[in-house]
Design a protein around this ligand. Sequence first.
Ligand SMILES: C[S@@+](CC[C@H](N)C(=O)[O-])C[C@H]1O[C@@H](n2cnc3c(N)ncnc32)[C@H](O)[C@@H]1O
Length: 248
Amino acid sequence: MEGMKYLYELCERLPRCGPGDNKSTRRAFNTIPKPPKEPYILDIGCGTGMQAIELAKISNGKIIALDNYQGFLDILMKKAAKEGFDENIIPKKISMLEMDFAPGSFDIVWSEGALYFMGFQNGLRQCRQLLKDNGYLAVTELVYITPNPPTPVVQYLESEYPDIKDVKGRIDLIRNEGFHLLSNFTLPESSWLDNYYLPMEKELPRLIKKYQNNQVALGIFEFFQNEVDSYKKYSKYYGYEFFVMQKK
Ligand SMILES: C[S@@+](CC[C@H](N)C(=O)[O-])C[C@H]1O[C@@H](n2cnc3c(N)ncnc32)[C@H](O)[C@@H]1O
């Protein structure tokens, strides 16, 4: 996409590149009944890595932090070094569509706000293959959180993400794809606002000024401002759901 560099410039300045927070990462991890003592974890679409660093802190494991943008991985490793966890994290720049790990490599696969780039169903299948027997998968995914959302909400969301479903729709798919669901919960609104949309709203005016004659950049920033505005208007109808599951 032509505007990717502007998207990256915006996201590099934010605490994270999508909705989420450490408390939710920890809550999801704690629903894994018996994680191995030193689990081998893959974090798909890690971005600047808030959740990868949190996983390093709570799991005592090794984390492969995978993203297709080197700039995010560099920021992640700087942050990890600052917190003393860089030895636990191995950055890997590769597309999630071209992963080259052997089947059955990982104890845990993690992906916050990124599995949809593979398509949710395809993502479940790819992750299942990468997991050891009885391994765990934890993902967040955009869902409807109330029944019968109003038409403008459905129109908006389906134009952004045509495959969006409700929580039950995702749980049915998870079970059909050979997983046992361990837990699921909706991320609080603060996960959208505190680490993502509010810092984004602070950055946007500066970037809009910097690129005032660049229509591509302005288009990207307008897209994100619309996203923030829509969330503020419609947040009771949609959200991110954390799903933690075990390979059967
Ligand atoms: C919404 S962000 C989420 C980042 C992080 N997990 C978080 O919650 O802050 C999605 C991430 O997926 C990455 N991504 C997008 N397409 C990808 C692909 N094909 N392969 C690997 N990473 C990809 C982006 O660079 C970005 O870091």
